[in-house]
Design a protein around this ligand. Structure first.
Ligand SMILES: [Zn+2]
Ligand SMILES: [Zn+2]
Length: 261
């Protein structure tokens, strides 16, 4: 199983690449056919690569995680003979239907070109549920954000990667992933430096001290890959994380890198 990082920045930015505070927003491509979140990082895919995506799993409805979904459904329509399947919580799907695919912001592709053969089908997913697609399993994990949100664990037969999605203090996530066999990488967001802890609380994101509170006491053998760094604070956030989590292997996730599992 291959996980290609299409985008992992906390905002669109051409800024320094020292951390992941440059590049597009969150999108991961698992092999050629499963996408996790559809932020602006999707822009790096060719037309052919876009058309080969069969499933999109969404952590939540915020624009930096769904920006390219409406556009890609439209773009690949002629090249595909089956609808794109979007997996997300019932709450997230309802938000997308009401606020994006409402025939005002964008056509309702759940009903066109026809209700029998639409461009997209929505499939509701609950935390704790697992979906197996050709020997890869995607499991929904708990997250705590300003809107309904979830993380995901993606497993091959031998190894596993966990992704926090957007979240603030979330011991349930760390408890859930500590039980995952073969866990090799944990992609975890850290949007803000500690100086902005009030903003982290208000926006329901992590800052380094909040992650340290959650990770302390958890036996963490997997590597932490830090995502969603808000430009221009990437380097500072990483320094604070290393100081707060001595002995834990961590680094910035980078747009364009490929993780082999
Ligand atoms: Zn968010
Ligand atoms: Zn976000």
């Amino acid at each position: 199983m291959k996980v290609r990082v299409l985008g992992c920045s906390g905002a669109i930015s051409s800024g320094p690449v020292a951390a992941n505070d440059a590049g597009g927003t969150t999108a991961l491509l698992v092999d050629h056919d499963i996408m996790i979140d559809a932020g602006t990082g999707v822009a790096v895919l060719t037309d052919d690569e876009l058309a080969r995506v069969d499933h999109v799993f969404l952590t939540h409805s915020h624009l930096d995680h769904i920006a390219y979904l409406p556009l890609m459904i439209d773009a690949v329509g002629d090249a595909r003979d089956a609808p794109l399947i979007v997996h997300a919580s019932r709450a997230t799907l309802d938000i997308l239907q009401a606020h994006i695919f409402n025939n005002l912001i964008w056509p309702d592709f759940t009903r066109i070109p026809s209700p029998q053969a639409p461009g997209v089908r929505f499939k509701a997913l609950e935390v704790g549920e697992r979906i197996t697609l050709n020997e890869r399993t995607v499991a929904a994990l708990p997250a705590r954000h300003t809107v309904p949100s979830m993380g995901f664990a993606v497993s091959s037969e031998t190894a596993c990667l966990a992704f926090s999605g957007d979240t603030t203090t979330n011991p349930a996530f760390w408890a859930a992933i500590s039980a995952l066999p073969g866990l090799r990488h944990v992609i975890v967001e850290t949007a803000f430096p500690d100086a902005q802890i009030k903003l982290a609380h208000a926006a329901h994101h992590y800052c380094p001290s909040l992650i340290a509170d959650d990770v302390r006491g958890v036996e963490m053998k997997a590597e932490l890959l830090i995502s969603h760094l808000k430009p221009p604070h990437g380097a500072q956030i990483l320094d604070e994380l290393r100081a707060a989590l001595p002995g834990v292997s961590l680094r910035a996730l980078r747009s364009g890198e490929v993780l082999i599992l």
